[in-house]
Each structure stands twice: as structure tokens, then as C-alpha cells.
Design a protein around this ligand. Structure first.
Ligand code: GLU
Length: 452
């Protein structure tokens, strides 16, 4: 059973707030958010926080902040911890249907069973011993102080679905252990709540990591148990570190917060998160709309993809080089960078990160001077003497340089390097032609005439 093509798709990103989300989580979030956007649908942030001991409000806040920073704030936020009563009621229904049964084995007992199965060359699948318990057995176990955990009785059939990334999938659930849905302390694992939420919120599409393929088979059986259509599923490949190690939220690998604090551009992170490990070329994008047009689930590789954080650094620079002024105006103003669009267009090609724009603004705007070396003083005097009166136009710089060339007899590096040093204090940077009008005649003269 699955949703027919729907006019209002509903996607969700469902992290557990147990750590800072990383670039692999960003891949999941972006695929869902951008596909929702492309389909004119809804993007839900669902916080899978049924594990009260490990879930923290500060991580939930950090997730919301990270999604904002990426440019994909959710249309709606839901918390599983607000819905525990609903899950408990649904668990009772499953019990009544005979699909949820109590089991009493301790973790040690289960480990022992698995060890014996492996020794006999059998797969370590739960043997359903608990299904054979009589009422008396259970009463005795409970009298011993044991509390049951609750397992979902799988159908032991073949579950199939058309995966948006992996194509046709089939899982024989007789090869799986009946999954625990409720722990002995009464708390829920995410499996059942996720299905109930997907039903209640009308989720039509679940895009998540391929570590969930087996869960999908289980969850499709749970959808069926509730007589609800399953959403479409797509499982994307996972990122690893360059070493091949998987990304871990717990270990703080490649967290969005750290990437942000290192000065990377959100669009660069987004482009890398969506495009690495696909057959699409990795390159900068000028907007999320641009990236949305490039999302293609069928282009995602089946193999895990190594994620080199250096790619984000390179992409950050390449992204800045093509960002239009409107995309950064607000952030420039917030950090006290002036000069408007002309300043931005002059410097963007020289930035490694946006903070560099602030340094260039100080160069343009400040009263600083950088006195020329003695052998360059005559050049500075010639340059000052020939500086045209304002107003300046597009032809001013060329005319000025031509006059200075003739007057000083210098050309090439011997001409441009001392001028650049005197005007900016640096020997590389934006085109002088673009900087000149930003500096203005008064500042240019002051810098040319500065004496040591
Ligand atoms: N909380 C689960 C996770 O972060 C959600 C998986 C899902 O998208 O259903 O892996």
C-alpha cells in the first residue's frame, strides 16, 4: 500500500535531540526540505525525544538553529514527548490485536542466546520464547520482580516497497527479530511513535539514511497493522569521514555548529551535503532554489560516500564569489560592513569566508595609511599629481593609470605593486579599478602622500 501521487506532499526530518547534528543529518534534512519545497508541500521537524535520559532541550534548540542557518526552517515542529499518551493507547491496541507481546529476557540472557545461535551457524534472531509463556509463567516472572519489554510480532512475510533511491526492495521479516517497541521501563523506542506520527501528520514521503532500511520493513508492517497506507520511502547513502569511519552525533563529527563557527557558508554546506556521493557534479550554488533544482534521489550512489570537510572550505570561497549582493546585504550590515553593492562586487572574488569582507571594509573605510618606501616616493607623487578631480566615472581609473605610467616611466609590477601597497596595505586583493571609487579622492590622496 502506498500513497498515490499527492498534490500536497508532507516530508519530515526526525532527529533525536541527543547531540549536535552533523553534515550527514543535514543531507537528510535538506533532501526532505527541498523536495517538500519543490512539490509545494510541508516540511515538518519532528523531534524524536522519547528517550528522556539522552534528549536535551539545548540540542533541540541547536537543531532548530541549524535548520534556520541552512535556510530550511520547518513549517511545523512536533515533539514525540508531547504525544506519549497516544503512543500508549496505540500500544494497547496492538496488544489487543496480539501483535505486541511481553518478553522478559534480560540483555545478558539475550546475548547468551545469540552466542549459542552463532555457534551453531544460525542467524541471531530472537526465538520468540516469550510467545510460549503461559499466564502462570508470566505471573512467576513478575513475582521475581521482572518487568517485561514489549515486542512486535512480525508477520514473517515478504515486505516490498519501491525505494526512491534504491529501487525495488524486499525484506523477508522472518529473518528479523521481533522488534522491541516498548522498553521495560515503559518508554518507547522511536519505531512505533514514528509510524503513529507519520499517520497522524499525513506524512507522504520519508527520506532517511540507509541505516533504516530494515526498520522500514518493520514499520510497513506496523502501518499495515493499523490499516494505514505507508508513505513512500527513500533511503540515501551515508557519509563517512575521510578515514572511512561513520559520522557520529555523539562524537561530534562534522557538526553544523562547528562548520558554522569556522566561517563556512550555509549554501556551501548545503551543496556539499546534497551533492557529495551522487552522480551530480559538486559545485557552488547561488541559492537554495538553485540547489532544489538539482536534488535527484535517483542520482544518489548506493555506496557510502567519504566526506572531506576541506570540500566545504573550498566551496565556501567559490560560493561567496558568485553570491549576489541581496543574498548577503543583511549579514554585511549586521557586521558593520558598508559600501553597498559596489563594495560587495569589488571584494567578493577575494573572500575565503564572509568575515574577510569585514577586513576589506576596514581597508576601504579606515583612516589608515601605509607610507611607501623611499624608492617609490616619486611614483606616489606622480600618482597624487595626476589623480583626476571628482566626480569619477568608469573611465577615471584607466585615464589615471595611463597618466601615471607616462609620468613615472613605470609599468607592470613596478607600477601596480607599490600603488596597491600604498592604497590597501596589502600586495594582493580586489581590482584597484573597483577599489578606487570606494576609497574616494580624499582617502586616495592621503594614502599616496603618507610619509613614514
Ligand atoms: N530518529 C530517527 C533517526 O534519527 C528517525 C528516523 C526516521 O526518519 O524515521 O534516525
Amino acid at each position: 500500500m502506498s500513497h498515490a501521487a499527492t498534490s500536497h506532499p508532507v516530508f519530515r526530518f526526525a532527529p533525536s535531540p541527543t547531540g549536535l547534528i552533523h553534515v550527514g543529518n543535514a543531507r537528510t534534512a535538506l533532501l526532505n526540505a527541498l523536495l517538500a519545497r519543490r512539490g509545494g508541500g510541508t516540511f515538518i521537524l519532528r523531534l524524536d525525544d522519547t528517550d528522556a535520559a539522552r534528549s536535551r532541550a539545548e540540542f533541540a534548540d541547536a537543531i532548530a538553529m541549524d535548520l534556520d542557518w541552512l535556510g530550511i526552517p520547518p513549517d511545523r515542529t512536533e515533539r514525540q514527548s508531547d504525544r506519549l499518551g497516544l503512543y500508549a493507547a496505540a500500544a494497547e491496541k496492538l496488544k489487543a490485536m496480539g501483535r505486541l507481546y511481553p518478553a522478559y529476557e534480560s540483555e545478558e540472557e539475550l546475548e547468551l542466546k545469540r552466542g549459542l545461535q552463532r555457534a551453531r551457524g544460525l542467524p541471531p534472531v530472537y526465538d520468540r520464547a516469550a510467545l510460549a509463556l503461559t499466564d502462570e509463567d508470566r505471573a512467576r516472572l513478575e513475582a521475581e520482580g521482572r518487568r517485561p519489554h514489549w515486542r512486535f510480532r512480525l508477520d514473517h512475510g515478504v515486505v516490498s516497497w519501491e525505494d526512491g533511491v534504491r529501487g525495488p526492495q524486499q525484506v523477508d521479516t522472518s529473518s528479523l527479530s521481533d522488534p522491541v517497541l516498548v522498553r521495560a521501563d515503559g518508554t518507547f523506542l522511536y519505531t512505533l511513535p514514528s509510524v503513529l506520527d507519520d499517520i497522524d501528520f499525513g506524512v507522504t514521503d520519508v527520506v532517511r539514511g540507509e541505516d533504516h532500511v530494515t526498520n522500514t520493513a518493520v514499520q510497513i508492517e506496523i502501518f499495515e497493522a493499523f490499516g494505514a497506507p505507508a508513505p513512500r520511502f527513500a533511503h540515501h547513502n551515508l557519509f563517512t569521514l575521510p578515514s572511512g569511519e561513520g559520522l557520529s552525533k555523539r562524537l561530534g563529527h562534522l557538526s553544523l555548529r562547528a562548520l558554522r563557527e569556522a566561517g563556512n557558508e550555509p549554501l556551501a554546506v548545503a551543496a556539499a551535503a546534497v551533492l557529495v556521493g551522487t552522480s551530480e557534479a559538486l559545485g557552488p550554488v547561488a541559492s537554495l532554489a538553485d540547489l532544489t533544482g538539482r536534488v535527484d534521489l535517483s542520482a544518489i550512489s548506493r555506496a557510502p560516500a567519504r566526506f572531506d570537510p576541506q570540500e566545504i572550505v573550498t566551496l565556501t570561497a567559490r560560493t561567496l564569489h558568485l553570491l549576489p549582493y541581496e543574498a548577503v546585504a543583511h549579514r554585511l550590515e549586521n557586521t558593520g560592513v558598508g559600501g553597498g553593492e559596489p563594495f560587495w562586487l569589488a571584494v567578493r572574488g577575494n573572500l575565503a569566508c564572509l568575515a574577510d569582507a569585514f577586513d576589506w571594509w576596514r581597508v576601504v573605510d579606515g583612516d589608515q595609511v601605509w607610507p611607501a618606501e623611499a624608492q617609490d616616493r616619486p611614483l606616489m607623487e606622480a600618482a597624487a599629481d595626476h589623480l583626476p578631480p571628482e566626480p569619477w566615472d568608469a573611465g577615471t581609473y584607466g585615464a589615471w593609470i595611463a597618466a601615471v605610467k607616462t609620468a613615472s616611466g613605470r609599468s607592470g609590477k613596478a607600477l601596480f605593486r607599490p600603488l596597491r601597497l600604498a592604497l590597501t596595505g596589502r600586495d594582493t586583493g580586489p581590482e584597484l579599478a573597483a577599489l578606487l571609487p570606494l576609497l574616494g579622492r580624499r582617502t586616495v590622496l592621503a594614502r599616496l602622500k603618507a610619509e613614514a
